[in-house]
Design a protein around this ligand. Structure first.
Ligand code: M6R
Length: 369
């Protein structure tokens, strides 16, 4: 059933263009309007919201972090993201006009379920994003938007993550549309780009042999650090989580600007640093900043692998290794930049002889708190 792949994880990585396309299908109308009728929330319900909280764990939490940047930028509604396991213990401020988005592939994660129940007790409106029809989290939510990744067998989440991003972008764009915001033109163009993303993921996957070759060169390393800014920061966290989970290697993701506040001490000769570089088009300030972060770590001996957009020769010249991803609007870039992170971790763990689909100490669905 692995369809000729060495592991379910590799198969699921390859299924991502289809999974994202399936998740978008039927939800974008002919005139560019987002159709989320199945969510059972009226436009007025969406207009009444004045604050969004996202609760989730692990990879789903990283999807939530990306969503915060998108929702706040497109809608100007304040959005916080919280690890589900922390949420209810700190007495968060919630009321009827708060929307809580619970993201869970399995729909059974106990930490997320308990956060959801707390939110309902406080009268918040709960929308869940889940890959499992009829699971507990969607059943207990006021509304649900299903991702259509299909069954994900490997413990390490890949296609579910990308479909969570796609579903979250739809929610953010829908919120922006029904509330009529000043970025209307941008929202329309982002939506067109979102629909075009599965093809870009497909073309990116064709180049993954390069990433596999690269990953094998780092299998003897003690640690790998990941840095990013803006939505590249959650992708850095996700890259590090994948490596910990699969290769049992010390890996950490940092907001690149934080390096100088401590973590840069970790870097010595040959320390691999994966830098998620934002597009040089548009938000060029962010791009300049990460190029200087690359120079900083290089000066301390790091070996830099840059994940950058096709045509970004500036970042490429400063890095030791470069992986190019197709051009995309900054906010949507995680749908692309996350893919080499998955392949990198998977291949590095294979080189170490680990069980890719069933890493030690982990379960696919975590049903205890
Ligand atoms: O089913 P969920 O999305 O609620 O699961 C949350 C995490 O347990 C999950 O994403 C975990 O971090 C993955 N194994 C990461 O690859």
């Amino acid at each position: 059933e692995k369809g000729g792949f060495d592991s379910f994880m590799l198969k699921e990585i390859a299924e991502q263009p289809q999974a994202v396309a399936d998740t978008l299908r039927g939800r974008v109308g002919e005139n560019g309007e987002i159709v989320l009728d199945e969510v059972r929330m009226s436009d007025q319900d969406f207009r009444d919201i004045d604050k969004v909280f996202i609760v989730a764990c692990g990879t789903s939490y990283h999807a939530g972090l990306v969503t915060k940047y998108a929702i706040e930028h497109w809608t100007r509604i304040p959005c916080e993201v919280e690890l589900a396991s922390e949420f209810r213990y700190r007495d968060p401020v919630l009321d009827r006009s708060t929307m809580v988005i619970a993201i869970s592939q399995s729909g059974e994660t106990m930490d997320t379920l308990m956060a959801l129940r707390h939110a309902k007790d406080q009268k918040a409106r709960v929308l869940s994003i889940s890959n499992t029809v009829g699971s507990t989290i969607p059943r207990e939510s006021h509304a649900v938007l299903y991702t259509r990744a299909g069954l994900e067998v490997a413990v390490a989440s890949t296609k579910a993550f990308l479909t969570q991003l796609a579903a979250c972008y739809l929610v953010g764009l829908h919120l922006a549309q029904v509330r009529g915001i000043k970025y209307a033109d941008e929202v329309a163009s982002v939506l067109r780009e979102l629909v075009a993303t599965p093809e870009k993921i497909d073309s990116l996957l064709e180049k993954m042999e390069e990433v596999r070759d690269l990953a094998r060169q780092f299998s003897a390393c003690q640690r790998v650090l990941f840095i990013g800014r803006h939505v590249g920061y959650p992708v850095a966290l996700e890259g590090a989580l994948k490596l910990k989970e699969l290769a049992y290697m010390h890996a950490e993701g940092f907001a690149a600007g934080e390096l100088k506040h401590g973590p840069i001490s970790l870097i010595d000769d040959g320390t691999p640093v994966v830098a998620i570089v934002p597009s040089p088009r548009g938000r060029s300030l962010l791009h300049d900043k990460i190029v200087s972060n690359i120079q900083e770590v290089k000066a301390r001996g790091a070996t830099v692998i840059a994940i950058c957009e096709e045509g970004d020769h500036i970042a490429a010249t400063h890095a030791d290794h470069v992986i190019f991803t197709p051009q995309s609007p900054t906010l949507l870039a995680p749908l692309l930049t996350a893919v080499p992170m998955q392949v990198f971790a998977c291949e590095l763990a294979s080189a170490l002889g680990h069980d890719i689909d069933q890493p030690r100490n982990l379960a696919k669905s975590v049903t205890v708190e």
